[in-house]
Write a protein that binds this ligand. Structure first.
Ligand code: S3P
Length: 440
């Protein structure tokens, strides 16, 4: 069902950032295998995370939704995860499915994994390959995609793994399998990716070693056979969701947007650093911490943006933010060039193609490259007036609606239902800031 975002003269207000999606998945998974009962607050109750909660329950954890983002999870502890009675449905979530494969691989269980049309087109070979090296087995149709069946093993071999892609999902999958392997599993990264698995496992009492070798790579080692201990924890606010609100403030002709309780983590803040390079006026104030992460309040006001070449070393720290960066680039003066971001081709949609089409249909000049795109900024509000094909991608949908708040003509999207996978309160939050987004 189509939705349209109409231009408004100002956006103003303060929003509490929703719980971080990456941390929410991990908190449920780790609590689900821990010894004892964990109390989690601020959990993101988006569809992706709910699917992870259902999967953990189907594998033996006792999950209870207390309301308002509070959950308790009684973990299986030493008894271990057991085969689910029916297929585990991960919906739209690459993170849920790939991390869970690693988590389950070290138990003697059998599990069938399914997902929606988008997830069933995304590559799973990147996790199947290391897990097979460790001794897990898979049944699939040869394409290395969902649906597939995992045969786990209680006697996984540890491995030394260097992922082919800069991917926190692959790193995390291997480390989680390593938790139940017989010896030390190591993952070496040349471009650091988000470190929530490492930080949160430590919070659950796991001993894990991270060494930054020669400043060019980091090596994470985990000893198999460790038991996690339940915790009481608070999920920090999601910088990827905050990026949409901050961008809305930056392109708004007047007003100002504040986002409270955002996780400040240098493996996740690439968008804010890129926006600052483009001239964005973003303020930050320390708030405290949650689950071992720093929290900040962020503020954005309308800013004259200038196009920039985005440094490729920022890519992993802003891997989910390129659709909204492209919106900033459309409003900026001059050229913005994104390169070294080939991974965007295998996200919830082919995000390079989807971003290029989103801008073009709204009158913005943009060139597509194999590993990125180049936007010729409009030096102010872009024409708008287009109907954007979202390809079932929540971040394309939200980016297009943000663009419509300040473009010359309204911007429409073909569907908004999938926004609930990561940011169920998005429409309500935008309305409270003064956006005019209608189901029309
Ligand atoms: C995630 C890692 C990223 C990111 C995804 C969440 C995670 O994927 O795009 O939204 O929670 O580990 P890759 O690690 O595959 O780049």
């Amino acid at each position: 069902m189509a939705w349209t975002s109409f231009p408004v003269s100002k956006l103003q207000g303060a929003i509490r950032a929703p719980g971080d999606k990456s941390c929410s998945h991990r908190a449920l998974m780790f609590a689900g295998i821990a010894e004892g009962t964990s109390d989690i607050s601020g959990l993101l109750e988006g569809e992706d995370v709910i699917n992870t909660a259902k999967a953990m329950a189907a594998l033996g954890a006792e999950t209870e939704q207390k309301g308002g983002g509070r959950w308790t999870v009684k973990g299986v502890g030493k008894a271990g995860l057991t085969s689910p009675a029916s297929a585990l449905d991960f919906g739209n979530s690459g993170t849920g499915s790939r991390l869970m494969l690693g988590l389950m691989a070290g138990y003697p269980l059998e599990a069938r994994l399914v997902g929606d049309a988008s997830l069933s087109r995304r590559p799973m070979n990147r996790v199947i390959k290391p897990l097979e090296q460790m001794g897990a087995r898979f049944d699939h149709d040869g394409r290395g995609m969902l649906p597939l069946t995992l045969h786990g093993s209680a006697s996984l071999n540890p491995i030394d793994y260097v992922p082919e892609h800069a991917s926190a999902q692959v790193k995390s999958c291997v480390l989680l399998a390593g938790l139940n392997a017989q010896g030390t599993t190591r993952v070496t990264e040349h471009r650091p990716t988000r470190d929530h698995t490492e930080k949160m496992l430590r919070g659950f009492g796991v001993d894990l070693d991270v060494v930054n070798a020669d400043g060019t790579r980091s090596v994470v080692s985990i000893e198999g056979g460790q038991t996690l201990q339940a915790v009481d924890t608070q999920i920090p606010g999601d910088p990827s969701s905050a990026a949409f609100l901050i961008a809305a403030g930056l392109i708004s002709p007047a007003g100002g947007v504040m986002v409270e309780g955002v996780m400040s983590n240098e493996t996740r803040d690439g968008f804010f650093r890129a926006a600052a390079m483009m001239g964005a006026d973003i303020g930050a104030e320390e708030l405290g911490d949650a689950a071992g992460e720093r929290l900040i309040d962020m503020q954005a006001v309308g800013s004259g943006l200038k196009g920039r070449a985005i440094p490729t070393d920022l890519v992993p720290a802003m891997i989910d933010e390129f659709p909204i960066l492209a919106v900033l680039a459309a409003f900026a003066e001059g050229e913005t060039r994104v390169s070294g971001a080939h991974e965007l081709r295998v996200k919830e949609s082919d995000r390079i193609a989807a971003v290029v089409a989103m801008l073009r249909v709204n009158g913005v000049e943009v060139e597509e490259h194999e590993d990125g795109f180049t936007v010729q900024g409009c030096g102010g509000p872009p024409p708008g007036g287009g109907l954007v094909e979202t390809h079932h991608d929540h971040r394309i949908a939200m980016s297009a609606l943000i663009m419509g708040t300040a473009s010359q003509k309204p911007v429409s999207i073909d569907d908004a239902a999938m926004i609930a996978t990561s940011y169920p309160d998005f429409m309500a939050h935008m309305a409270s800031l003064g956006a005019d987004i209608r189901n029309a």
